[in-house]
Ligand binder design. Structure first.
Ligand code: B3K
Ligand code: ZN
Length: 876
C-alpha cells in the first residue's frame, strides 16, 4: 500500500461535467441498501469532447450502469477503489447507476449508516461518494429528487431534503416517501433519515409572511427534551432576518437527533442532523452550558442555510469561507441573545487555550490551507474559530454598515454558486472602498502572531509613545512570515483619574477608545496631549487573534482590573495578574521552595467579591483562574505537576483568606426558583457554584455539607452536576463514592447523562483514574463505536493532565490503544483523539520519549489516511 498523497489548492480545476439534476431511490436494508441514481449531466463549455467522466465512489458494489437507458459494457468504463471512469460520454446525457451499500456495517459514520437502529447520513465533506457514484465536490450543484423506501414498522418515518411530494404503500410491508429539493446544492448537503421517530412541530412566519413548518424529530423518550432547541431555532430565524436580512427559503425546516454522530451537527438543506448531545435538553438532564451550546449550534446550522448552502465553497480549501463566517454569525447571535461580555470572555478563553495550542503544534495550518491529505482532519479550531476571528476583524475594519452591505452583495451576487474567500473579501472591499491585500495574509499564514509592546510616558511633553513589534513564529512548511495587518483596539487609562484619556495622534483626536493599525514589523505610535501618566489598555475586546506581551507590573494590572472601561480587558488584567502569581508558584514548586501566595491577588479577589460588580456572569468569569491547559500554554516546557500544584495552592489560599466572602456569595445566590436557562439565572448559578468550588478546595465540613445539600436537593442538572463533580473530586472516599453511585443508578437509562457520569469520574485529580478508565470501558453504558462515549470517557481522560501525563507512560499507552482500535472503526474520531500525543514536544524529555514511542507504535499499524496524516506530521 502506498502512502496517501496530498491534494493542493494550486491544482484546482473546474469540473469538466456538471450534474443539473439528481434523482435517487433508496431501498433501505442494513446489509444491502439498493441505491438507484439517475443523474442529468452536461459537459461544461470549452471542455474537450474526449474528456472522460470521472466520478467518485468508495465502498460501493456496482450492480448496473447505463447512459440514456443503454447499459454500458465493461470495456466502456474503468472501476477502481475510489473512482469510476467512463471513457466516452455525450455532451448531455443521463447516467443511470445501481449500487448496493451496507449501512449496518458502517462504523465510520460517514455516508449512510445506522444509529440506534435508524438510518441517517453524514456527507460533508466527502461522504456522498460512499452512497453513489458522483462528482463529489462542492462546485457541482444540482437539484435533487429523492425517494426513500423502508419498512412500515421499523421505518415509519422517511425523511430527505426539501418538501415531501408523494408517498404511498408498497408490497411486503414497505412504503415510500418522495422528496424534492428545488434549490441546487452540492451533494455534501444531501441527507436522508429513516426510523421510528417522533416529532415536535411548530411554525414560523417569515418577514415576508410565509409560513414555515418547523419540526424536531427524536426518539419517543426524548420528546420532552426539544423545547429549548425549538425556541432557539425561532430566535435564530428572527435574528438572521433582522441582522442580515436573510429569510428561510423552504416551507419545511427539520432537525433530527441521532445518537451516533462524529461532530455536533450538520447543516443539510432543510434537514439538519444533530448529535443528540447538541440538541436535547431538559432542566433535569442538561446543564446551563449545554443549554447555551445547543442554542449556539442550532443557530450555527440554521445560519448555514445562507452562509454555506445558498452560497457554498468552490473547494474544501475554502472551508473557512462558510465556517469562519458562520461561527462569527453564531457568536454574534449568542452575544445579542445572552450576555455579550461573557460570551466574548468564554470564546476568547477557549480560543487562547485550544487554538493557540493548535497553531503552535505540528498540525498548524493557515485559515485557508494550501494542501491536505484528508479534509476531515481540517474541521479544526483554526478553520472555525480563527476563521471567525478573521471575519470579526474584517467586520471591525470596515465597520458594521459596510460589512452588512458587503454581506448583502455576497449573498445576492453568488446565490446558487460555489465561491472563494476572495469573492467574500472582494465584496467587503467594494462596500468599504478599502484595499484588503495585506489583510488577506491572515488567510494564508499559519501561527499565532506575537506582539511585543512597550510604552513610555514623557512628562515634559505630555506624550505617550507606544511601540509595537510583531513577529509570527515559523510553522511547519512556513518558515518565512510576513507582517500582518493587526488592528489593535486600545485606550490609555489615566493613573490619577482612573478614566480613559482622550487619544490624539498627529493632531487628530481619535476619541477615548480607538483602533491603531499595526502593519509593519515595528511601529511607534505617539499620543500627544496626554495630561497624566497612563496605563495602556491594549487589544480591547481581543481585537485580533494574537499574543500580546506588555511588561505590566502587578500594581498596573490590579489598577486595570478595577478601572479599565473595557470589560474584556478588566477580565484579562485579572488573568494576567493571576498568571504572574502562578508563574512564581510553579517556579517555587519546581525548586522545592515554600510556596507563598501573592497578597495582591488575594486583595484583588477580595475587592471583586465585596464590591458590587453588577454583572454576576462577568464576576464569575473574573473569579475563575486560568485553566491548567491555559497555564501550560504559557510555559516553555510544560510541567503538569507543578502547574496543578500551583493552581491548587492559589485556590486553597484564596479559599482560606476569603472564606467568609465565598460563603456569603454562595448563600446569597442560592435560589428555589424554577429552572430556566435565562442569562440572569445562569449568571447567578455560575457565581454560586464558583464560590462553592473555592470552598470545596479546602474540603471543610461546611463546604462538604453545602455540596451534599445541593446534590440532594436535585433542583436542576447544573447544580447537581456541579456539586457531584466537587464531591467526586474530593479526597474523601466516603464523600465521593456514595454520590457517584447514587447518580449512576438514577440515570442508568439516560445515555447523555451517563456520558456526564463518565466524564466526572475520569477528570478526578486523584491517581487511580487510569485504572478507572480501563474499568469503565467495559461498562455496559460504554461503546467504543459511539463518539459521544469515546469523548466522554477517553477524550475527557486526556484532559486530566496530571493523570494522562503520568510518568509511567500508561496514560499515553491507553490512548494509543484506543486510537489503534478506532483507526479501523472510525478514522475521523481516531484522528481527533490522537491530538494530545501530537503535542509531545511541549513536555520534558522523559514524557517526550514516552509520547513519541506511542506515536511510533501507532505508525506501525495499517493506518487510515486520517490518522496517517496526523501522526506523520507529529513525527516529522
Ligand atoms: N459543517 C459540519 C461539519 C461536518 C464535517 C464532518 N466531517 C458542521 C458545521 O460546521 O456546522
Ligand atoms: Zn458550520
Amino acid at each position: 500500500m502506498s502512502d496517501p498523497q496530498p491534494v493542493y489548492l494550486s491544482d484546482y480545476q473546474p469540473p469538466a461535467y456538471q450534474v443539473t439534476h439528481t434523482e435517487l431511490t433508496f431501498d433501505l436494508d442494513p446489509a444491502a441498501t439498493r441505491v438507484k441514481a439517475r443523474l442529468l449531466i452536461e459537459r461544461n463549455e470549452n471542455v474537450d469532447a474526449q474528456t472522460p467522466l470521472v466520478l467518485n465512489g468508495e465502498q460501493l458494489s456496482l450492480v448496473s450502469l447505463a447512459i440514456d437507458g443503454t447499459p454500458l459494457a465493461e470495456a466502456d468504463y474503468q472501476l477502481d477503489e475510489d473512482s469510476l471512469r467512463i471513457m466516452q460520454v455525450p455532451a448531455t446525457f443521463s447516467l443511470e447507476s445501481e449500487v448496493d451499500i451496507a449501512p449496518g456495517a458502517n462504523t465510520a459514520l460517514e455516508g449512510l449508516y445506522q444509529s440506534s437502529g435508524m438510518y441517517c447520513t453524514q456527507c460533508e465533506a466527502e461522504g456522498f461518494r460512499r452512497i453513489t457514484f458522483y462528482p463529489d465536490r462542492p462546485d457541482v450543484m444540482a437539484t435533487f429528487t429523492v425517494t426513500v423506501i423502508g419498512d412500515q414498522n421499523n421505518e415509519p418515518v422517511l425523511l430527505a431534503n426539501g418538501n415531501p411530494v408523494d408517498s404511498g404503500t408498497l408490497e411486503n410491508g414497505r412504503h415510500f416517501v418522495k422528496w424534492e429539493d428545488p434549490h441546487p446544492k452540492p451533494c455534501y448537503l444531501f441527507a436522508l433519515v429513516a426510523g421510528d421517530l417522533h416529532k415536535v412541530e411548530d411554525h414560523f412566519s417569515t418577514m415576508s409572511g410565509r409560513d414555515v413548518t418547523l419540526q424536531i424529530w427524536v426518539e419517543k423518550e426524548n420528546l420532552d427534551k426539544t423545547e429549548h432547541a425549538m425556541a432557539s431555532l425561532k430566535r435564530s430565524m428572527v435574528w438572521d432576518e433582522q441582522t442580515y436580512g436573510r429569510e428561510y427559503d423552504l416551507d419545511l425546516f427539520m432537525i433530527v437527533a441521532v445518537n451516533d454522530f462524529n461532530m455536533g451537527a450538520m447543516e443539510n438543506k432543510g434537514l439538519n442532523i444533530f448529535n443528540s448531545a447538541a440538541v436535547l435538553t431538559h432542566p433535569n438532564t442538561a446543564t446551563d452550558a449545554t443549554f447555551q451550546n445547543v442554542e449556539g449550534i442550532v443557530a450555527h446550522e440554521y445560519f448555514h442555510n445562507w452562509s454555506g448552502n445558498r452560497v457554498t465553497c468552490r473547494d474544501w480549501f475554502q472551508l473557512s469561507l462558510k465556517e469562519g463566517f458562520t461561527v462569527f454569525r453564531d457568536q454574534c447571535f449568542s452575544a445579542d441573545t445572552n450576555s455579550a461580555p461573557v460570551k466574548r470572555i468564554q470564546d476568547v478563553s477557549f480560543f487562547r487555550t485550544a487554538q493557540f495550542a493548535e497553531d503552535a503544534g505540528p498540525t498548524a495550518h493557515p485559515v485557508r490551507p494550501d494542501h491536505y491529505i484528508e479534509i476531515t482532519n481540517f474541521y479544526t479550531l483554526t478553520i472555525y474559530e480563527k476563521g471567525a476571528e478573521v471575519v470579526r476583524m474584517l467586520c471591525n475594519l470596515v465597520g458594521w454598515e459596510n460589512f452588512r452591505q458587503g454581506a448583502d452583495a455576497y449573498f445576492e451576487r453568488f446565490d446558487g454558486q460555489a465561491v472563494t474567500i476572495e469573492d467574500f473579501v472582494g465584496c467587503m472591499e467594494e462596500a468599504s472602498g478599502q484595499t484588503l491585500d495585506q489583510f488577506m495574509r491572515w488567510y494564508a499564514q499559519a501561527g499565532t502572531p506575537e506582539i511585543d509592546a512597550h510604552g513610555e510616558y514623557d512628562y515634559v511633553h505630555s506624550e505617550y509613545r507606544l511601540t509595537l513589534r510583531q513577529r509570527t513564529p515559523a510553522t511547519p512548511g512556513q518558515t518565512e512570515k510576513q507582517p500582518l495587518h493587526i488592528p489593535v483596539r486600545m485606550g490609555l487609562v489615566g493613573t490619577k483619574s482612573g478614566q480613559d484619556l482622550t487619544l490624539t495622534m498627529a493632531g487628530e483626536v481619535l476619541g477615548k477608545d480607538a483602533v491603531i493599525h499595526l502593519r509593519d514589523n515595528e511601529q511607534t505610535f505617539v499620543f500627544t496631549d496626554v495630561a497624566e501618566a497612563p496605563v495602556p489598555s491594549l487589544l480591547r475586546d481581543f481585537s485580533a487573534p494574537v499574543k500580546l506581551y506588555f511588561p505590566y507590573s502587578r500594581e498596573e494590572l490590579a489598577f486595570l482590573l478595577t478601572h479599565d472601561s473595557d470589560g474584556f480587558n478588566r477580565w484579562d488584567a485579572g488573568q494576567r495578574l493571576a498568571m504572574l502569581a502562578l508563574d512564581d508558584l510553579i517556579a517555587a514548586h519546581r525548586n522545592g521552595v515554600e510556596k507563598v501566595m501573592d497578597g495582591r491577588v488575594t486583595e484583588a479577589f477580595r475587592t471583586l467579591l465585596t464590591s458590587s460588580v453588577s454583572d454576576k456572569a462577568v464576576l464569575a468569569e473574573m473569579l475563575t483562574l486560568p485553566s491548567e491547559a491555559y497555564i501550560a500554554e504559557q510555559q516553555p516546557i510544560v510541567d503538569v505537576d507543578a502547574i496543578h500544584a500551583a493552581r491548587e495552592f492559589v485556590r486553597q489560599s484564596l479559599a482560606l483568606a476569603l472564606r467568609d466572602e465565598f460563603v456569603a456569595t454562595f448563600e446569597a445566590n442560592r435560589s428555589e426558583e424554577a429552572y430556566a436557562p435565562t442569562s440572569e439565572q445562569i449568571a447567578q448559578r455560575s457565581l454560586k457554584n464558583i464560590a462553592l468550588s473555592y470552598l470545596m478546595s479546602i474540603e471543610d465540613e461546611q463546604a462538604i455539607a453545602f455540596c451534599q445539600a445541593q446534590f440532594a436537593a436535585d433542583h436542576n442538572m447544573t447544580d447537581v452536576r456541579y456539586a457531584l463533580t466537587l464531591l467526586v473530586h474530593s479526597e474523601r472516599d466516603d464523600v465521593s463514592s456514595p454520590a457517584l453511585k447514587a447518580f449512576g443508578e438514577k440515570w442508568a437509562h439516560d445515555s447523555l447523562v451517563m456520558d456526564q457520569w463518565f466524564t466526572i469520574q475520569v477528570t478526578r485529580p486523584q491517581p487511580d483514574v487510569l485504572e478507572r478508565v480501563e474499568f469503565l470501558m467495559q461498562h455496559p453504558a460504554f461503546s467504543i463505536k459511539n463518539p459521544n462515549k469515546v469523548r466522554a470517557l477517553v477524550g475527557a481522560f486526556t484532559q486530566n493532565r496530571v493523570n494522562f501525563h503520568r510518568l509511567d507512560g500508561k496514560g499515553y499507552a491507553l490512548l494509543a490503544d484506543v486510537v489503534i482500535e478506532l483507526n479501523r472503526l472510525n478514522p475521523e474520531i481516531a484522528a481527533r483523539l490522537v491530538t494530545p500525543l501530537t503535542r509531545w514536544q511541549r513536555f520534558d524529555e522523559a514524557r517526550q520519549a514516552l509520547m513519541h514511542a506511542q506515536l511510533e507504535r501507532i505508525k506501525k499499524e495499517p493506518l487510515s489516511s486520517n490518522v496517517y496524516e496526523v501522526v506523520e506530521k507529529a513525527l516529522a
